[in-house]
Design a binder for this molecule. Sequence first.
Ligand SMILES: [Zn+2]
Ligand SMILES: [Zn+2]
Length: 348
Amino acid sequence: MKLAYLTARRKLEIGEAEEPRLSQGDDVLLRIDRVGVCGSDVHYYTQGRIGDDIVRYPATVGHECSGSVVEVGPAVERLRPADRVAVDPAMVCGDCDQCRAGRPNTCRNLQFMGCPGQAPGAVAEYRVLPAENCFAIPRTMSLDEAVLVEPLSVGLYATRLARLAVAARIAVLGSGPIGLAVLLCAKAAGRCTIYQTDLIEERLEVARACGADWTGNPTRDDIPAAIGRREPRGLDVVFECSGDPACIDQAQALLAPGGRLVLVGIPATLQISFDVHTMRRKELTLLNVRRQRGCLRPAIDLVSQGRIDPSPLLTHRFPLERIAEAFELVAGYGDGVIKAVIELSATA
Ligand SMILES: [Zn+2]
Ligand SMILES: [Zn+2]
């Protein structure tokens, strides 16, 4: 089978490997149909690391994927060949203190697809995964929608963690795939007023198409002042989805006392600083999001029930042979890209 390898920083190559085979009774052999290029994949691609997760070459890449079941192990009951699935790329042990406490997203023995030293990356024609990581999608749902389920689930988890009240007034700083996922999920959760920002105009257009009530660009607008005129008492929740530390300062200015700041974006540096006194005086709550837990199936349901339409997020498609172009496009924020998807099969 064909697959992609990262062989150095900013170098992706297509290689050949033996097709994987089922070994455990509860495993599933999947043909991978689509893989989304995630901001985290691009961090590994351009910097060779995220924090102290460091890439060893050659490395396989990717974790956002949808696929079709080829074969199931004898213990698998919920899936059968030809089922189409959305994939949860996090393989957990089920046994550590975190898993037992209902926190599988911080499992001590986590194996995440495409993470250095963990599970193989998704950009390959076939992969073997535990059945519990494969979520069958209804016939009405496409593999394109299914590949967006994992980033959507991160947005959904962030909104759940924030305990959004109905009619909450919120801001989402950063309108990449995750910021837009937060927007879509917050809209679906109930009549929120949403202020959305980004440095890129095309992204703000998509944000408006996804239901943002107001959009602003910090290169043009003074974000805290512009939103503050509309919301003089401050916002209930701000989602930081850009990874830019400047947004943490904006968030603190925007929030009402007692507000919640949800950190979703991945900063490029190991350390950041912020104004601790505003944090203290306003008694803000800082919430950290580690990917998601338990939100894959609910995200599938939101899409299949028509309550969320994630299709505006998928802006670019590439065949496997052009994966390097896809990564360069996402790394350079070129051509209004939001989510670039690698098409490994022609199946819809
Ligand atoms: Zn991702
Ligand atoms: Zn565990």
